[in-house]
Ligand binder design. Structure first.
Ligand code: FMN
Length: 408
């Protein structure tokens, strides 16, 4: 055997070398990053490259820690209501009117004394601090920059209420969760009113904490699970997912009482319009009218409460028929596009609140991102009105839509 032939016997064969390389790659973080297409962004796109509100979601995903993203996107149970919230928009068709002068489109309206350029508000969503260092201050600034869009400030905000209202000049409302005591509830209301909030929105759809399967699975190793949305002290804190997983067990559920009796105990402290958020039936809407509240928000909390609920768009017509314009009728849950907003207006809403989309904007590009998302949806609404031959909101009525909800 020559010397070089001896070398072949003792040196590494090609097969062994390839096997070694494969083993190295399998354990390498380089390969792991390939498994997740969004994590592999080589660059963050410029905001001008994003054309729809949907485009902001992957950027938010890329920028946020996984548990913060999951908290934002999560819905109850297996998220069937969330899917239905979106699907419902496909069950409503827009029927354009021809021969209409749409040379000037006016989307303006008036809601509870606020003159709005667009019938759009920022929905209350808790804990915006983890999305961006400016948190709710940034959201308020972005909303104000987007044609003075009112912002509803969550009970679970990351910043004190007066700091948020002081961050921008646009209108702000306050979203109220029940506190343990009447005194505590009155204290929150008074602080919000002192800070300049022009309406109080009491959320009644969460007597018990949420049950979200996404949060129950400890999928983000080393991360944290559910964040307590109802935590009135703010949602900076994170809980262990295993602790959250025990929360919805059949024993030991601590339900809050959210009823008219409790409301009557603190109602006199409300000096501004009072709205009830979380209405999804005509019967509840009737009670709201009878009890003289100023408005309701038809909402399933962005699918974060009831696991197999209806979309809000489906229940909106029967609620609008019950309300008949006597109180303000707002709606949210699943809205992502200007045409979504137009469909709700046609089915009887006076205005639409936007939740997750505004969070995607804030998380992706800070206040400018929140502003941009709102401006995109405002522009889409204007375009949808022009396309369907409706120059102003007075001309938006049920003849604009044909509904094909599953039971119809
Ligand atoms: C992350 C997150 C936090 C929320 N926090 C609150 C809250 O503190 N109070 C409240 O009334 N609703 C809260 N909501 C519900 C929103 O006000 C709104 O009903 C919902 O987001 C609308 O659905 P959308 O996200 O599909 O637009 C929250 C929603 C999300 C996504």
């Amino acid at each position: 055997m020559t010397r070089s032939e001896q070398g072949w016997c003792t040196s590494v064969t090609r097969r062994t070398a390839l096997r070694g390389l494969a083993g190295f790659l399998a354990g390498s973080p380089l390969l792991r990053s390939q498994l997740d297409p969004f994590r592999d962004h080589s660059r963050v796109p410029a905001m001008s490259e994003l054309k729809t509100a949907f485009d902001f979601e992957p950027v938010a995903y890329a920028k946020l820690p996984r548990d913060i993203y999951d908290f934002m996107m999560g819905s109850s149970d297996g998220e069937a209501t969330a899917r239905r919230n979106r699907q419902a928009f496909d069950w409503v068709s827009l029927i354009p009117r021809g021969m209409a002068d749409v040379s000037a489109i006016d989307c303006s309206t008036e809601i509870l004394g606020h003159k709005l350029k667009y019938p759009i508000l920022v929905a209350p969503t808790s804990g915006q601090g983890p999305l961006h260092p400016d948190g709710e201050l940034g959201m308020h600034a972005g909303a104000t920059a987007a044609s003075n869009t009112p912002m509803i400030i969550s009970s679970g905000a990351s910043f004190p209420i007066d700091k948020i209202t002081g961050a921008a000049k646009g209108p702000s409302w306050f979203q109220l969760y029940r506190m343990d005591t009447v005194e505590g509830t009155v204290d929150r209301i008074e602080r919000a009113q002192d800070a300049g909030c022009a309406a109080i929105t009491w959320t009644v759809d969460g007597p018990v904490g949420p049950y979200r399967e996404r949060a129950l699975h400890d999928r983000h190793l080393g991360g944290y699970g559910e964040i307590d949305e109802n935590n009135p002290q703010g949602s900076r804190g994170r809980r262990n997912p295993r602790a959250a997983a025990q929360a919805p067990a059949p024993y030991g559920v601590r339900a809050q009482v959210l009823d008219w009796k409790f409301l009557s105990a603190w109602r006199s402290s409300v000096k501004v319009p009072l709205l009830i958020k979380g209405v999804v039936t005509a019967a509840d809407a009737r009670q709201c009218v009878e009890n003289g509240v100023s408005g309701i928000v038809v909402s399933n909390h962005g699918a974060r409460r009831v696991g197999h609920g209806c979309s809000t768009l489906e229940v909106l017509p029967e609620i609008a028929d019950e309300v008949r314009g006597r109180i303000a009728l707002l709606v949210d849950s699943g809205f992502r596009r200007g045409s979504d907003v137009l469909k709700a207006l046609a089915l009887g809403a006076n205005a639409v609140c936007l939740g997750r989309v505004t969070r995607w904007g804030l998380a992706a590009y800070g206040p400018a991102g929140a502003q941009r998302v709102l401006e995109i949806i405002q522009a889409e609404l204007t375009l949808a009105m022009a396309t369907t031959g409706r120059p102003n909101l007075r001309s938006v009525d049920r003849t604009l839509v044909r509904t094909n909800f599953p039971w119809a």
